[in-house]
Design a protein around this ligand. Structure first.
Ligand SMILES: Cc1cc2nc3c(=O)[nH]c(=O)nc-3n(C[C@H](O)[C@H](O)[C@H](O)COP(=O)(O)OP(=O)(O)OC[C@H]3O[C@@H](n4cnc5c(N)ncnc54)[C@H](O)[C@@H]3O)c2cc1C
Length: 448
């Protein structure tokens, strides 16, 4: 392409959900943006289970109907504990009034394609190339620019004055080039997953996602159109005991876990097995002169509770609204731009912290304790049905936090802390329901 294109106001690197959603939102405002898309769309990608908080973004982009056509409607999620432990069913009906009462389970590559097609329809320009960037320094702070090769591929004489957005996911291209420090999460797990046919689903509502606390680690089962996505998350140490290849590890885990083995009796794997590790990460810095991070490139919480796509899509929405609510003139006002970018980074960091806090309740078993205590309480006679009202109130808050509604609410978070500390009498300790890193030894047989 000849070097003739005008400089775009925003240059987005990476065309996953964060990059495409941001491009679509900016294009809706008439802001010129250009997206580098390396066209890497593997047939199988994690990020299939969505939460109600993403539906408003689909609506804002005008694509909810198209998402519904490729997806399974998700009414909620159930949480099972192995070996006869408690079963907890969350319905998104609990969030009625402030969020949609459903979400979707969606095949990821198709969702990415849909988001990209929509951004193009709205006027975003895509360059089908892997972006190359060069680090530099501006005002004593790290920054970067497109390489001459990438500028030529995009037909740009210059990228000065454009805001560069890193949406490269866990490749974290900007952070790596500028050596930005990141905070690692407390878990060091590895996940294996694949799609299956004829993998029986438990007796729950159609579309319900099932998360199981296994004898070692945990698993997800996500109903997709015509197939079930099955994943296991275990410690790296335990993974080694399951076999040498990813296929062996996933299939042995399924065979060894009572909650999965029976359901898998007729199952046939129809995709290769994918592996993901080292994913808990939060960048200590979200922006600098001329650049900003969005989606997984900023940070990723954990697969538990599926906050990933939410953080990518809502992150894009936040970036769009913090910076561009009054148009693109902000790009010519460095002081104002830095101020709004500070606001955006602080908000995203706060979102991460809130999700981390919530996810911990599911890993350490406190959520099951709260649930059991709530059930006991609701059955106790009390004046004005106060006990069962209290139980419904707590369930609504927990469901909304896990749906992306009240996740950051100070009241909801304080309520969770209060419930887990003080309102859990007559229930087993949380450790009984916690996700265990390794398989505990088999109980000794009577003969032994
Ligand atoms: C085990 C596991 C399970 C998960 N399950 C769920 C779930 O059920 N639900 C959920 O919501 N989330 C889930 N997630 C998280 C979810 O997958 C991510 O949060 C989401 O994909 C992040 O989107 P993104 O757009 O930020 O990045 P990505 O989806 O990674 O997209 C980044 C894009 O940038 C491209 N790119 C990289 N470098 C360049 C370059 N130099 N030039 C051009 N393009 C480039 C890549 O090819 C890619 O297309 C899971 C994550 C893990 C690890």
């Amino acid at each position: 392409m000849p070097v003739s294109e005008p400089s775009p106001q925003v240059i987005i690197v990476g065309a996953g959900p964060a990059g495409c959603a941001l491009a679509g939102l900016l294009a809706q405002r008439g802001i010129h943006c250009l997206v580098f898309d390396d066209d890497k769309r593997p047939d199988l990608l994690v990020g299939e289970s969505l939460i109600p908080g993403v539906v408003p973004v689909f609506r804002q982009l005008g694509i909810e109907e198209r998402v519904a056509q490729i997806s399974t409607r998700k009414p909620g999620a159930s949480f099972f504990v192995t070996d006869g432990g408690p079963r907890l069913h969350f319905s998104f009906k609990n969030v009625e009034g402030h969020l949609p009462t459903y979400a979707y389970n969606t095949p990821r590559p198709q969702l990415d394609n849909l988001l990209r097609a929509r951004a193009e329809e709205l006027g975003a320009r895509f360059v089908h190339a892997r972006a190359e960037l060069e680090p530099g320094v501006r005002d004593g702070q790290p920054t970067l620019h497109l390489s001459p090769k990438s500028r030529a591929q995009a037909g740009l004489a210059d990228d000065a004055g454009s805001l560069l957005v890193d949406c490269t996911g866990r490749a974290r291209v900007f952070a790596r080039l500028m050596n930005l420090p990141a905070e690692r999460g407390e878990r060091d797990d590895v996940a294996y997953f694949a799609h299956y046919e004829n993998f029986d689903h438990d007796e729950v509502e159609p579309g319900q996602v099932i998360i199981s606390v296994l004898r070692a680690g945990w698993s997800w089962r996500i109903p997709l159109p015509g197939r079930l996505s099955v994943g296991i998350v275990v410690s790296k140490e335990h993974a080694k005991t399951l076999g040498t290849t990813a296929e062996e590890r996933l299939e042995n885990a399924i065979r060894q876990e009572p909650l999965l083995a029976e359901k898998a009796a007729r199952a046939r794997r129809i995709t290769p097995v994918m592996t993901y590790s080292n994913y808990q990460l939060l960048s200590e810095r979200g922006h600098g002169p001329g650049w900003v991070l969005c989606g997984d490139a900023f940070g990723f919480v954990d697969p538990m509770l599926s906050p990933g796509l939410f953080m990518s899509l809502v992150g894009a929405q936040q970036l769009d609204s913090c910076l561009f609510a009054d148009g693109a003139d902000i790009l010519k006002q460095p002081g104002m731009l830095a101020h709004e970018l500070d606001k955006y980074s602080a908000r995203i960091t706060d979102w991460h912290r809130a999700w981390q806090e919530l996810v911990r309740y599911f890993y350490d078993g406190r959520i099951f304790r709260i649930h059991l205590a709530g059930k006991h309480l609701a059955m106790k006679p009390s004046p004005f049905n106060l006990a069962s009202r209290m139980e419904r109130h707590s369930t609504r808050h927990i469901a909304s936090m896990a749906s992306g509604g009240w996740t950051r609410s100070r009241y909801s978070r304080a309520l969770m802390r209060l419930l887990s500390r003080y309102l859990v009498w007559d229930v087993p300790p949380a450790e009984n329901f916690a996700v265990r890193l390794n398989r505990p030894p088999e109980p000794l047989s009577e003969a032994a």
